[in-house]
Design a protein around this ligand. Structure first.
Ligand SMILES: Cc1cc2nc3c(=O)[nH]c(=O)nc-3n(C[C@H](O)[C@H](O)[C@H](O)COP(=O)(O)O)c2cc1C
Length: 242
């Protein structure tokens, strides 16, 4: 047991006699969201209850889909699944809580979309801004080849109507949890990915989680400073080939 992962697991354990202590400095708490100020915005539809299938059926029918048809994802559907993954669900004491649970409600995960075939959203690279449930256009164009290359050349990113990229802003979680934050960051992303997968299944859409990623290529696509923010997971989505 001496690989970096093994050491990480060992060194980030909580033990009764060795709990990290100290007060949190609220003045240095990072903001739980990122905004591309000045970007052109597409405000998404209000997420009304509209799943076509009950949760039980979503759980029973969800499976990884890697081949997508040329049918566009509707504006309502992209609005719903994006909200289900990353949206604001309620505000308590002026603080926005999201649809998926997050350790310490710190929300380290950011959501980006490579849009290819979505109604009323031109192809391009977008960032999701949860506070007003909008897509911020980072750059218009066909970014499927970039997404495909970043995903170890997996072709599903070429046929996907949209590929989601989930990143983490490390300091949002590390501010409180130090090195243990990485455990929670991966768990947070997993919860969001499953919200995405189940809500998509409920609308007859398919998804496939992607963990095989050339991290540096994905970070470069999103123009991230990897010291601050880095790719965690991608999810291809669209209408399945029947
Ligand atoms: C964290 C994670 C990473 C994954 N990465 C990939 C991937 O890179 N490529 C792929 O084709 N499938 C990927 N998958 C999908 C799994 O292969 C799939 O979930 C598994 O085979 C079970 O099949 P099912 O999802 O249809 O039930 C990933 C799934 C998870 C949860």
């Amino acid at each position: 047991m001496d690989g970096i992962g093994d050491r990480f697991q060992k060194e980030t354990k909580y033990r009764r006699d060795k709990l990290p202590g100290g007060r949190l400095d609220l003045s240095t708490r990072p903001k739980p969201y990122k905004e591309y100020e000045g970007a052109k915005k597409i405000v998404l539809d209000k997420p009304k209850p509209r799943l076509i299938a009950p949760l039980d059926l979503c759980i029973r029918t969800r499976r990884s889909v890697r081949r997508f048809s040329g049918k566009a994802v509707s504006f309502q559907d992209i609005s719903y699944i994006t909200w289900a993954a990353a949206g604001v669900q309620r505000i308590e004491e002026n603080y926005p809580f999201r649809t998926a649970p997050s350790a310490g409600a710190l929300y380290p995960i950011e959501t980006y979309l490579v849009v290819h075939n979505v109604e009323d959203a031109p192809p391009g690279l977008y960032h999701y801004f949860p506070l007003d449930h909008s897509l911020e256009l980072m750059e218009e164009g066909d970014f499927r080849p970039h997404a495909t290359r970043a995903a170890l050349d997996q072709k599903m990113c070429m046929s996907a109507a949209v590929t989601f990229l989930f990143t983490a802003v490390w300091e949002r979680s590390k501010w409180k949890y130090k090195q243990r934050a990485y455990r929670y960051i991966y768990l947070d992303a997993g919860h969001m990915g499953q919200n995405l997968a189940l809500s998509a299944a409920g609308l007859g859409l398919g998804t496939c989680a992607i963990g095989a990623i050339y991290d540096e290529e994905a970070d470069a696509l999103l123009q991230l400073d990897p010291e601050e923010e880095g790719i965690i997971m991608m999810v291809a989505a669209g209408h399945p080939v029947r």
